[in-house]
Write a protein that binds this ligand. Sequence first.
Ligand SMILES: Cc1cc2nc3c(=O)[nH]c(=O)nc-3n(C[C@H](O)[C@H](O)[C@H](O)COP(=O)(O)OP(=O)(O)OC[C@H]3O[C@@H](n4cnc5c(N)ncnc54)[C@H](O)[C@@H]3O)c2cc1C
Ligand SMILES: *[C@@H]1O[C@H](CO)[C@@H](O)[C@H](O)[C@H]1NC(C)=O
Ligand SMILES: *[C@@H]1O[C@H](CO)[C@@H](O)[C@H](O)[C@H]1NC(C)=O
Length: 546
Amino acid sequence: MIISRRMNLPCFCPVLLLALQASLLSSSMAESPQDRTQETYLQCLIDSSDPSSPPISPLAFFPSNPSYSSVLRSYVRNLRFNSSTTPKPLFIVTPTHVSHIQASVVCAKIHGLELRIRSGGHDYDGLSYVSPAPFVIVDMFNLRSVDADAEGGTAWVESGATLGEVYYAIAARSGVHAFPAGVCPTVGVGGHLSGGGYGNLMRKHGLSVDNVVDAVVVDANGRVLDRGSMGDDMFWAIRGGGGASFGVIVSWKIKLVSVPEVVTVFKVEKTLEQGATDVVHRWQYVADKVDERLFIRVVLLPVVRKDQRTVKAKFVALFLGGADELLDVMSQSFPEFGLEPKDCLEMSWIESVLFWSNYPKGTSPNVLLQRIPESEKFLKKKSDYVQEPISKVGLEGIWNKMMELKRPALTLNPYGGRMSEISDSETPFPHREGNIFKIQYSVTWKEEGDEALNQNLNRIRSIYNHMTPFVAKSPRSSYLNYRDTDLGINQIGNESYSEASIWGTKYFKANFDRLVQVKTMVDPNNFFRYEQSIPCMSSWPSRMAE
Ligand SMILES: Cc1cc2nc3c(=O)[nH]c(=O)nc-3n(C[C@H](O)[C@H](O)[C@H](O)COP(=O)(O)OP(=O)(O)OC[C@H]3O[C@@H](n4cnc5c(N)ncnc54)[C@H](O)[C@@H]3O)c2cc1C
Ligand SMILES: *[C@@H]1O[C@H](CO)[C@@H](O)[C@H](O)[C@H]1NC(C)=O
Ligand SMILES: *[C@@H]1O[C@H](CO)[C@@H](O)[C@H](O)[C@H]1NC(C)=O
């Protein structure tokens, strides 16, 4: 009964809620979601779909279906959530038509099930396909068309497409267009665009969400809305607030950006013995202020060289221009780096996408169409923002901690440029002016079992604690697309504004309150809920009154 109580708590005022809870409790006493049969659910899906759309039955996978496990596993991108104890959905719907999404929403609602929406499945904490409550998955992978209109400079992209498919389609039509989004080609458009989306074009062109001009969404009532019919508030919220709190995003209209025919990349490594500390220290004063066509990422890894522990700093760059100009920019702004002509590689933008994904030179862009990564790992990630350069002594302390812990990798991504020109409240993504760079902390491992899990969670939490004095403090901030449930989660059925505001403020700063207002307006019954969904207003007046 706990389960049905958790499940049926909508986002209402508490007095109503108790009455409602009591009535739902008695009605669900006879039949819990697990007791209901496959036939009941399937019939609901059939009855709720548009009869003129393709039949939904072959697109619904129940545990009795031999393909259920492989469909479920296809987009599990973190082996922590591939275990026999990971909660499994009652069924998975793989829509080929918007009406299948509408039917899934309607039937999940009728039967009091939670709905998880999965596009590329890259959520670091598995929130697109795991839930502690009885749930179903709408898996968007069949809806993945990319309709690029290079002349008009826009494209309609379905949520189930991967970034690789988007990049491939753009490059197939134009050598001078691109889209600012993530570096990893298997990331899904659905989660990526609704959570911000950054990549190496960010300093020149901003985030993915800064380049979204329209969207098609299925809301909590099963209605299909576009930018005009959803209104400004919901269109604002889904561009960085996390789509899954507001609706199922079917497709996005994106604005393409111009890139030169020839861009330049480099990848240069330096260990501590080769002066990494000085160069990383200096990088902090340059990377967010230099020419906005230049993006220099730093990846820091503890490694062993000649039986000695050290830290390797890997600098990976994209410059939107030719090598000669890049060498000029670097010798003026960052002479300490010592960039040499032999480090620079000129290529097309699409080749730079492959370079950044570590494909060898000459690899065909067709690899961008591979949806499944070559290997899977267990992983945990966290993030921080840095607003003041870290001193050399501070950096040395960080290196020592990394060498002691052996595992965490830190990726530093510079901000500034276009990012500082967009106001904090333009979209829900608030980390704009004043941020020098973002850190991603990462542990990955291959060993199964709790021992390796706990060891690695301890490692990443330990470096995160160590970093406290060096990172943004008011609030300590995080990037939504680097999902981190350590920051706090909703108590199922008892989402409170005050608790959610702890993690909500880290992801959204002052925008959290507007997200709560939009949520309350567009989904007052809190149908679209998960561990870090935006709560409705309901819980907070009562808590304020306490
Ligand atoms: C290997 C790797 C590399 C990455 N690189 C980058 C990077 O370079 N830049 C960057 O910004 N981020 C990066 N990320 C993070 C990535 O942007 C997020 O994990 C993103 O949310 C993934 O989107 P998805 O559709 O693949 O994930 P999913 O797991 O499918 O979804 C993530 C979240 O979005 C929701 N969601 C998904 N689809 C929809 C939809 N259609 N409608 C409404 N809600 C939806 C889900 O319910 C879930 O809450 C990376 C992640 C990985 C694993
Ligand atoms: C996920 O788990 C299943 C079942 O235990 C297993 O067969 C499969 O190999 C696992 N996937 C990976 C990538 O390890
Ligand atoms: C809801 O959460 C609050 C804050 O954690 C807690 O005090 C309260 O007891 C919870 N209520 C229920 C019904 O679980």
